[in-house]
Structure formats: C-alpha cells, structure tokens
Design a protein around this ligand. Structure first.
Ligand code: 3H9
Length: 697
C-alpha cells in the first residue's frame, strides 16, 4: 500500500497528496501525514508554494467519524490546520468532489483555495449532531460573512463551487481535473500574494458585531426549520463567539461546544443514522459483485394517487414509463394529477418548465397491457385486493418479456401468494412505496421466498437510481413500517377513551419530534383505509382483546379525515391545519362512559410511552422473525417513512438510549394494566435481562 499522504515537487510547486480511500477522511495517518509533508515542503528550497490535493473521488470529506468514539491521537485537526496556516510558503488547497466538515476546515486553514467547477463545499456537522470543531465556525464567517456562515453551518447543506467562489471561500475556479492547480499556485507566487490567514481577517465579522438581531433571527428560524435539533443552535452560538471574541478565544469556545455536542444523545443518534443509512443496502447473502438487470424502461399499472406518484419517480430519473389504467378517463385523471404536481414544483421555482415538459414526455399513457411487453420492470399499484392482484400478475406474466421484473406495491398482502400465480416467482418482488410516492424517500423492498438475488440487487440499485432509501424486508402482514404503526395508532385511540383528547395526544408526540401526532397522521392518510382493514379482521379478532371503537364511529359518520374535512379534527377547505372538534371530544367522553372508564389526566410522558413503546415491542418481534435484517434498518424505515425524529435515532436506537431494561419494565407494567396487547416481545425480554442493546453493539 502506498503512503496515505505523500510529497512530490513539480517545478517550483510542491504537492502534498492525500490518498485515503474511500473519501480521504482525516484519520490519524492523514493528520500526521499532512504535518510531515508540510515540513518536507517547507524545507524543500526549490518549492515556492505548496498545493494540498487529494487522490480519488473527492477532496477530504471530513474528520473520520469512526474515530469519534475512540481516544483522540495527536496531532488533532486544529494543530494540523495551525501548521498549514503558519507555513512560511503559500499553501493552496485544490478541491474536487466534496470538501466537507474537517475537509473544508483544512482548506480554510490554507492561504488560498482553487476548485473544480463541479466541486462542492460545506460544513455538514449539524447532520451528525455536532458543530465544526476545527475552526469552521470561526473562519467561515471571517471569509464568507456572518449571514452566509449561519446558513451554511445551520443547514449543513453543501454549496456549489460557483457560489463558494462568489462568497470568497474559493479564490479561483479551475478545471475539472485540477490540472490548473499548478498554474494557480505559480500565479500566487508570481504575483507575490501574501500569506493570507483567514484568522486575521476581521471586516466581515466586524459588520455583525453590534447586530445581535442577526443571531436572534437565526435562532428563531432554526427553532422552526430544525425543530428539536440542538446542534444548529450550538452552531449559532459558536458563530456569535467568532463575532464577539478574539480568534483564539472563539476557537476555544468552539472547542467547548463541540465537545459538549459530541457526547450528546442527539449526536450519537444522528451518527447512528449516518451509518445505518449506509448499512441498509448491504445484504449479507448478496455479494458486492452481484449482477443486476438494467432498468431502461418501466410500466406502472394503476393511475391512481399511488401509481401516478410511482410513475413520477421513474420519469424524474429519466426512465420512460408507461402508465396503464382500465379507462381513458382514469388514465387522463392520473396524468392530470401528475401534471398538477409538477406544475406546483415549477411554480415554487424548484423545477424548470423545460424539465417538467421532458418528464411529462417520458410518461406514456396506455389502456392495454400489450403496450408493456418489452419493459424491464412493471410496478403494480391496483386496488388492494388479493383476487385483483392475482389476475393482474397472471396477465403480466403472460405478456411481459421473460426477463422483466414484476413488482407489487401492496402494503399488506402476501407477496409469495402473488408470485405463485406467475411462472417467474424469482422475478417477483414487493416495492412498497409510501404516500405521496413522489415525495417520501422510503421504499420497502419486499423479498419473497423465491425472489432471486439478481432481482433483489436490481431493486436495491433501482432504489438508488430513483433516489429512494431502499430497505429490504420480509413478507408479513404490513411488512415492517405498517405492522409497527398499528400499535402506535391503537394506543393513541385507547388514550382517547382513558381521558385524553386528540389534540393532547398529538401535541405530546409533536413535542417528542414527530412532524405530527398519530391522529392527525391518520386523518391525513384517510381513516377509511384502516376501517376497511379492521372490518376484514373483525371476524378473527379475539373477543377478549381490547378494541377502541372511536375510529369506526368516526367513519360511520362519514368522517374519513382530511379528504372529507373531518376526522379526529375538523378542517377548513384547502387548509391542512387541524381544528379541535367539540363533537369528537363529546364522542371520546361518551365512549369512556359507555365502557365504564373513569377519565383521568394523562401526562405527556405517558402518552409518549404508550404510543412509542409498541413500536419498539413490535420492532423486537420483527427482528426476531427476521422480517428486518437489522435494528438499524427499522430505524431507517421509521425516519424516512414515518417522520420519527432523526435526533432520537429511530425507535430501536431510542429504546437503547432510554435503556432496554427500562422500556421492558414499562411494557410489563402496561401489560399488567392494559392486557395482552402489551405482551412483551421475547427478544425484548431477553435483551433486557442480558443487559444488551439493539443498536449499540
Ligand atoms: C467533521 O469533520 C468534524 C470536524 O468539524 C471536527 C473534527 C475535530 N468518516 O456516503 P458514501 C464512509 S465531521 C468515516 O456511501 P458517497 C462511509 O461510511 C465529518 N467514514 O459515499 C462509507 O463506508 P462504507 C463531516 C466515512 O460517494 C464510505 O465512506 N463530514 C466518512 O455516496 C462511502 O461513503 C461529513 O459528514 C467520514 N467522514 O458520498 C461527510 N464519510 O463503504 C460525510 C464517508 O463502509 N460523508 N465515510 O459503507 C458524506 O457525506 C459522503 O460520504 C460523501 C460521499 C458525500 C463524502
């Protein structure tokens, strides 16, 4: 293996090259290597300037996150950056790919920066629950101004090279392959440019020195846009220190805040999610080099809300898609909804009219299955009835080319049974999109008994192509997400019988960090869906099982949720804001009386436990049954499919952070009080007794 960091001179310019795949993270070898090569370059009398450049696909993408849980080895990154800044020769960073976090901080320690046109720079630390810890909060406002620094640091989003250039972060845009880095360095030497240390700049921070309002506004904005997240607020505090303190004291303050954030539960949760997201596509029995089928064309059966949304995903990725329904009217209606969705995005300035036209052009309506005989994949999104699905799959099997993958978007039905009606069960898979399918990032990829590895690997690759987070799950009623959500909503309804009102239940879970509570969510999804399922299950429901009738009573009154402007709440036309409804409150009180339940005051803490712990309990069952491969996969499903707060790490990480034993003990107490629906999952019980965790190794 070659050196991680090496020094070589070309003409009068010394090159320090970092080569630490995959993303040139700043592990200890890189930190030491940079300091050593810098000394070599400084001592090289022929070298008039030094260029810090990276091999591979990117400039340094940040500190090595895997080192965060270990004792830090010297030199730390601040020492490396100080060495760059104090170098007696101009040091120039040459940036390609992404200069992120510690990577950008390193570049800001250099005297000048040049970048490839496609490069991006950013400080994404808040996404890991921390703040930049190597001077980023102190140097960025000095070079780019306080407002820009606030935006970049609190959002964590990268900015393109051109914008970085306009802000002064990058001094020169060169060519894609960074061949112009040498010429730029020579120019710096020829022009006798000074050793510009960002730490010494003051004009941009001075502008904000008597402007406390800029920070107040940022705090307010972040409290709304990043509700519940601590790190963006920490970031603002650190930038404020940059404005009001001398550089070294500001750096010290940044260090303190960084340390505090690093050991916070939120940061552990967010780092868990970072790695969980990268783990999710790794399937133990699927080799890395597993062949996949190219997906160059697609078809969606069913032009309803779901089918239309799925078709948009293909069109967005540039894949032509045929949208089929049984009548011209239904197809036209579906196309109309798609057009309206795109037009909304154009109106918001997030899509050009030209791109919209191109995407619409990729969606071809059709009435007959004959139109789809050559497509590479078909996604069925017809009515959720087994008989209908079986018919569709029989027809698809007969018409589609033998290599085509046949996918079902079922959310509850047995994919094995659907596969069994075809002669190609190895090509059948579930692709469970979440509504609205063009927006929600989650895709449950349902691996049926006979699904081949190639089909599964193709589905995982497709998920990436259409920018979804694909999570592989096994066959069971509701798969992972919906199976777990059942207990979450069930308890919310029991709480209404016990003394809470919808707005109280929802507020507790909103405050916990969900974008909305379970009852508002049910109103949004439509109460009739669950009602239909419950009616189907009524015959087999054990007589002694507790059951809340409130959801059924609402549906019997035609209150199906937002679409009928009434459900657990009332709604004004065209407005999604829930309005508490005295009629529903009276219904809750009447139900308690009918069941002989004395209504009581219920704390937010109990509401959270009653609704969130069923997720954990069912999650443990799902894990034990092998329906999910890993606890972290369940966390990803809940974050991307149900808005579980990222800073709590998903339900399984949350169980670990509260303490598995404590969760188990509460579940046992609920079991005693509320009956068998709360029976603890055997895995949860074992883990509690053995002192184990779901996600913490
Ligand atoms: C920081 O810098 C703190 C400082 O302010 C203070 C220090 C004192 N470390 O995402 P990919 C791994 S905080 C370790 O699939 P892509 C990743 O796990 C850091 N490992 O590639 C994966 O491993 P595997 C601030 C890392 O091309 C592999 O690399 N920086 C790191 O889709 C490929 O990753 C960030 O937060 C890391 N920093 O995207 C940037 N980064 O193959 C985080 C990646 O075993 N990184 N890995 O699964 C990213 O955003 C993306 O990885 C990037 C490439 C855009 C760079």
């Amino acid at each position: 293996m070659g050196q991680i960091v090496s020094y070589a001179r070309k003409g009068a310019i010394g090159f320090i090259t970092v080569d630490n795949p995959p993303v040139n993270a700043l592990s200890i070898g890189v930190r030491k290597g940079i300091v050593d090569c810098l000394a070599e370059g400084a001592a090289d009398t022929e070298a008039k300037a030094l260029v810090l450049i990276c091999a591979g696909r990117t400039f340094i993408a940040g500190a090595d996150i895997t080192e965060f849980n270990k004792p830090l080895e010297d030199p730390d990154l601040n020492a490396v950056i100080a060495a760059l800044e104090d170098c007696p020769k101009p040091v120039i960073a040459a940036i390609h790919g992404t200069a992120l976090g510690g990577g950008l901080e390193t570049a800001l320690g250099c005297h000048y920066r040049c970048a490839a046109p496609s490069a991006q720079v950013g400080l994404p630390e808040v996404k890991l629950g921390i703040i930049p810890g190597a001077g980023g909060t102190q140097r960025l406002p000095r070079i780019a101004g306080v407002q820009a620094a606030l935006e970049i640091i609190t959002s964590g989003d990268p900015i393109p090279a051109a914008k970085a250039h306009a802000l002064g972060i990058v001094d020169e845009i060169i060519d894609e392959k960074l061949e112009g880095a040498q010429a730029f360095a020579e120019k710096v030497v020829a022009e006798g440019r000074p050793l510009r240390r960002i730490r010494d700049l003051d004009d941009k921070v001075a502008e904000a020195r008597d402007n406390a309002a800029i920070f107040d506004e940022a705090r307010k904005a972040v409290a709304k846009s990043k509700r519940g997240f601590e790190a963006p607020q920490h970031g603002i505090n650190a930038i404020e220190a940059a404005v009001n303190l001398p550089f070294d004291l500001g750096l010290e303050r940044e260090r303190e805040i960084f340390g505090e954030a690093l050991f916070s539960t939120q940061s552990f949760a967010q780092r868990h999610i970072f790695f969980a997201e990268r783990q999710v596509s790794k399937i133990p029995d699927i080799p890395k080099d597993q062949s996949t089928l190219p997906i160059r064309s697609a078809a969606v059966i069913g032009a309803g809300t779901m089918g239309g949304g799925i078709a948009m995903n293909f069109a967005n990725a540039g894949i032509p898609v045929i949208l089929i329904d049984s009548t011209q009217e239904l197809v036209n209606k579906g196309l109309g909804v798609i057009k309206k969705n795109y037009a909304g995005t154009v109106a918001k300035g997030k899509l050009t009219q030209e791109k919209m036209d191109h995407r619409m052009g990729l969606i071809a309506p059709a009435l007959s299955f004959d139109a789809i005989k050559d497509v590479d994949i078909v996604v069925e999104a017809v009515f959720e009835e087994m008989d209908i699905k079986r018919e569709v799959f029989k027809k698809l099997d007969a018409i589609c080319k033998p290599e085509a993958i046949l996918a079902t978007n079922t959310s509850t039905l047995d994919v094995n049974e659907i596969a069994a009606v075809t002669k190609r069960p190895e090509k059948v898979i579930g692709l469970h999109f979440f509504s609205p399918a063009n927006v929600m990032k989650l895709l449950e990829i349902v691996r049926a008994e006979k699904t081949s590895k190639e089909t599964l690997a193709t589905a995982l690759a497709l998920a990436k192509t259409i920018k979804k987070v694909g999570v592989v799950v096994g066959v069971c009623d509701g798969f992972v997400g919906n199976r777990m959500v059942h207990g979450y909503v069930r308890e919310a309804m029991f709480l209404l019988e016990e003394g809470a009102l919808p707005q109280l239940v929802d507020k507790a879970l909103y405050d916990f960090g969900f974008p909305m509570g379970p009852l508002q969510m049910s109103d949004l999804a439509g109460l009739d869906v669950g009602w239909r399922i419950r009616k189907r299950q009524a015959a087999t429901r054990p007589k002694d099982e507790r059951y809340a009738e409130i959801g059924d009573l609402l549906c019997e009154q035609g209150r199906y949720g937002q679409k009928t402007l009434s459900g657990f709440y009332k709604y004004e036309p065209g407005n999604r804001n829930p309005i508490p409804d005295p009629e529903v409150e009276a219904m809750c009180i009447a139900e308690s009386a009918r069941k002989g339940i004395t209504r009581r005051a219920i704390s937010d803490e109990e509401i959270v436990k009653r609704c969130v712990y069923p997720l954990i309990n069912e999650g443990a069952r799902i894990l034990e049954e092998g329906i999910a491969l890993r606890a972290s996969d369940i966390d990803i499903i809940y974050i991307y499919g149900y808005g579980f707060p990222v800073f709590r790490g998903g339900p399984m990480f949350y169980a670990d952070s509260v303490g598995v034993e404590s969760v188990y003990n509460d579940i046992c107490a609920f079991h005693k009080e509320h009956g068998k629906l709360w029976e603890p999952a055997p895995l949860l019980e074992r883990m509690a007794k053995e002192g184990k965790t779901f996600t913490m190794g």
